[in-house]
Ligand binder design. Structure first.
Ligand SMILES: Nc1ncnc2c1ncn2[C@@H]1O[C@H](COP(=O)(O)OP(=O)(O)OP(=O)(O)O)[C@@H](O)[C@H]1O
Length: 238
């Protein structure tokens, strides 16, 4: 499972961020080890996507600190995200009219390495990405994101809209990639049962705050408590 060795892949300290003057997430603090997958769970609007965007530096000014492999991130957002952080927030971000091979090449990734990490893509290389299934497109989007070998991967709802068996295969590939690259992964996942199978621990967010940190081994047993306190009505979480 987790392969934390020495310096963490990602440290988020006291991160407060939002849109314009409106802070949406507050004092978010957590660490992700190398090779570790941390799930981010929460109801709609809890601040999960905002957390990923803020870590990647896409939200302008904020308070707090983000460190990748011990080094604080500074500088324009594009430099951060193109370097040590890979972020996938908009689902299937592939070019439908280009081939799978061209999609990989356009992302600047090594095609041979990509198909080693994602063997399912090898027979699809000459096909236009638009004819791939939803799951295959999601895998291609993931391959494009991880192909530059980032230290940190921020992934939003990889399983959204996919059949459970397809989601499982993609999440298995994500686990293999995290291990192969020693990358720290933050994975937004709506389904507690998927999270229990594929993350090492989960952060439960509610109203922009991290309310609990729960090991994967306890997620299913504590499902009803989590649903009641954090994923249910707003007032109940107080
Ligand atoms: N571009 C934006 N401008 C202003 N407010 C925004 C913007 N994007 C999101 N928000 C607000 O920030 C809050 C958190 O949204 P966010 O998308 O981070 O939640 P989430 O946990 O990812 O939800 P979901 O599971 O529905 O995707 C919500 O109240 C949302 O309305």
């Amino acid at each position: 499972m987790a392969q934390e060795t020495g310096t963490a892949a990602l440290e988020v300290r006291g991160l407060t961020a939002g849109y314009g003057a409106l802070a949406v997430i507050h004092d978010v603090t957590f660490t992700v080890g190398k090779g570790e997958i941390v799930g981010l769970l929460g109801r709609n609007g809890a601040g999960k996507t905002t957390t990923l965007m803020a870590i990647a530096g896409f939200l302008g000014k904020y308070t707090g600190e983000v460190l990748v492999e011990g080094a604080p991130l500074t500088g324009p957002s594009y430099r951060r995200s193109r370097g040590k952080i890979g972020i996938m927030v908009e689902g299937r971000s592939v070019f439908g009219t280009l081939t799978v091979r061209q999609n990989l090449q356009m992302a600047g990734v090594d095609v041979d390495e990509s198909v080693e990490l994602f063997p399912e893509l090898r027979p699809k290389l000459p096909l236009r990405a638009g004819v791939l299934s939803g799951g295959e497109q999601q895998m291609l989007a993931l391959a494009r994101t991880v192909g530059r070998r980032p230290s940190v991967l921020l992934i939003d709802e990889l399983s959204f809209g996919l059949a459970p068996a397809v989601s499982e295969r993609i999440l298995e590939r994500l686990r293999a990639v995290a291990t192969a690259l020693s990358a720290g992964v933050v994975l937004v996942e709506q389904h507690i049962h998927f999270a229990a199978s594929f993350v090492d621990r989960a952060l439960i967010m509610n109203e922009g705050l991290v309310r609990a940190e729960i090991p994967a081994s306890e997620l299913v047993a504590r499902e009803s408590e989590i649903e009641r306190l954090y994923l249910g009505g707003v007032d109940e979480a107080a």
